[in-house]
Ligand binder design. Structure first.
Ligand code: ADP
Length: 423
């Protein structure tokens, strides 16, 4: 590295100045016969000049003003650069504080409670909606630990476990709240919560309505069905066809009502508390045998299962697998192959129902578990479908902390898998 690379232009000039100054004083001293004292004076005056400028710099740094002190040489450059940096910092500080004000204004207007927490769960900032939702008080609650102010056990557990991927729903002062926590910055958390009491009430009303309506309809339809069966036995040939059609539709209605009631029952409790270890081999064998009877050799149905361990409700899991197998039979043309199998990986156990039937186009897959969602309504109806089978499967799996995974390709076939993650 050359001299000019090592030292800045200003420093090079400064060194030149020092050399010239010392030489000048030495020459003057030599002429007067006091060379060494003159050199000493040259160096001392040079140091004093630097100390003087250093003092001005410290003073300016303590109280930076718009104008930097006038100086020459290396000090002029240092002051100039510091002045520019100071200007830039001031500008970016202004911009930052403007942004912060805008952020605070926005979050103040938010209907959601927004609270900034530090790594110790102490409140650093909160917006006005937090006062209404959590009763936080200006001035008093900043610096307080949030778990001392919101003492709800579910919330305290959620906060301590620190698994914030799924939001928390909990009751606080007679309100249903939905809470999200996001990590940001250096160990800070942004907590946002909103009141979902109205939504929950509406959901309950909808569920109650469907459940009540289904229960109310069940009795008249059962009575109708009974009379139609009697009619069928005492009818002349002329009227046999319409009565047969009425009978079919009544059976369909009975099935829809039965499934709606089942769905409503599953929905009333969202997760299962008491569970048993399911004898999965037995369960799958049972569903398989049942499906053979239903299929009446229209397809080749194979089974390939191992002894996987899953905790849950036997009857519910049986219904879920049975619905998947019934669908495979329903939507696979005669002669097709259906396989009921199990597998496991590092994360959990699976039950698969695979078919080489009609398959499903990708745009339908995410909607299949909606109630009454059918790709081809006519076909589903003709095959005895209600459009509720997969909604029931999803509800059952949700209650078990499991998931329904679907992979399918039109005209190739589908795999419906129940995934039970290890707890
Ligand atoms: P449905 O009573 O109509 O069968 P489901 O909720 O069980 O209602 O299924 C919803 C829709 O998903 C069905 O109407 C059908 O279009 C599609 N589906 C379900 N299983 C399969 C499958 N194995 N192959 C092709 N399509 C399927």
């Amino acid at each position: 590295m050359s001299f000019s690379d090592k030292f800045s232009a200003a420093l090079q000039r400064e060194i030149m100045f020092l050399v010239v100054w010392v030489l000048f004083m030495l020459t003057l001293g030599a002429m007067l016969g006091v060379a060494l004292p003159m050199m000493f004076v040259a160096l001392v005056s040079y140091i004093v000049w630097h100390l003087y400028n250093l003092n001005r710099l410290i003073k300016w740094l303590n109280k930076p003003s718009k104008n930097t002190p006038e100086a020459i040489g290396v000090w002029d450059e240092a002051f100039f650069k510091l002045h520019n940096q100071h200007k830039r910092q001031k500008k970016s500080r202004k911009k930052l504080s403007k942004m912060l004000k805008r952020f605070q204004k926005t979050t103040k207007a938010l209907p959601y409670a927004t609270i900034v927490l530090n790594a110790n769960n102490e409140i650093e900032w909160f917006n006005p909606a937090s006062k209404t939702l959590f009763g936080l008080r200006n001035g008093l609650d900043v610096g307080q630990r949030i778990d001392n102010l919101i003492r709800q056990p579910e919330f305290i557990k959620y906060l301590s476990v620190k698994e914030f991927d799924t939001p928390l729903e909990f009751m606080h002062q007679h309100k249903n709240l939905l809470l999200n926590i996001t990590r940001y910055g250096q160990g800070q958390y942004l907590l946002s919560a909103r009141d979902i009491t109205q939504r929950i009430l509406l959901d309950e009303m909808r569920r109650d309505f469907i459940s009540n309506a289904s229960h109310e309809l069940r009795t008249p339809i059962t009575v109708m069905s009974g009379y139609i069966e009697i009619l069928q036995n005492n009818i002349d040939e002329e009227n046999r066809f319409p009565v047969e059609k009425i009978h079919q539709q009544t059976l369909r209605m009975e099935k829809i009502i039965k499934e709606l009631i089942e769905l409503a029952k599953l929905e009333t409790s969202t997760s299962i508390t008491s569970t048993e270890e399911i004898d999965m081999k037995h369960l799958l064998q049972e569903v398989y045998t049942e499906s053979l009877a239903l299929d009446q050799s229209a397809h080749e149905i194979n089974i390939n299962i191992s002894d996987i361990r899953v905790n849950g409700r036997y009857e519910e899991i049986r219904t879920a697998v049975s619905n998947l197998l019934t669908n495979a039979i329903r939507y696979t043309p005669k002669g097709g192959t259906i396989i009921l199998s199990t597998s496991s990986d590092d994360t959990g156990n699976y039950i698969h129902v695979k078919d080489n039937g009609a398959g499903i186009a990708i745009q339908h897959i995410s909607r299949l578990t909606e109630r009454f969602y059918r790709i081809d309504e006519g076909r589903s109806r003709e095959k005895g479908g209600t459009g509720l089978g997969l909604a029931i499967v999803k509800q059952i799996l949700d209650r078990h902390g499991a998931q329904l995974q679907i992979s399918s390709q039109p005209d190739v076939g589908s795999v419906f898998s129940c995934y039970f993650p290890y707890k």
